[in-house]
Design a protein around this ligand. Sequence first.
Ligand code: GDP
Length: 205
Amino acid sequence: NPLQGAQFVLAAHRIQQLPADEGAEVAFAGRSNAGKSSALNALTGHKGLARTSKTPGRTQQMVAFSLPTVVRGETSQAMATRLIDLPGYGYAKVPEDLREHWRREIDNYLHVRRSLRGVVLIVDIRHPIKEFDRMMLDFCLATLLPCHVLLTKADKLSRNQASQALAALRKDIGENAPVTVQVFSAQAGTGVEEARAAVMRFLER
Ligand code: GDP
């Protein structure tokens, strides 16, 4: 597992506090409680790397995890690589001004971060795409930033229902978008290898 070496670096309240903007990183985004922490833990193979919680949205931070250095093919250049866990978005009990702060900060991050190679968007497979998810997808479409959607908690649906949800989202997004979509379950381990491959594809890009 190439993501197994992930290590906590820091938690930031502002973009300026993140590690130096060099090398390559992949950001994880999603609505609160979508299953983002569980997905991160499944991908890295560390149970407690990102904190999972039944009471979402209490601590809102961007968390940086370092990965082992990636050596790029053509140049053989060693490159620092990271995963960035963006704050879960949209938890109702978070005051409106704090939500607005994070909406802006995430938007800002997507615009300014030069080492950002791709976004993994975590969506609960049982819920339709919400405003935040739409914002992320629209941003990726507009800027051609690659996005990989994990339709997670697939264990909550039958296999048939899960494929239907996948097909519906694919249709919604359209053929030519720089967006890939897969079924995922942190709990059942579904699609973990496929998701790791997507992250590595972004980092090596
Ligand atoms: P986050 O707020 O997006 O980081 O979400 P968490 O990873 O903390 O998960 C929120 C809740 O969903 C927790 O109760 C998890 O146990 C549950 N959850 C996360 N992933 C899965 C999954 O793949 N299957 C099921 N059934 N539950 C999940």
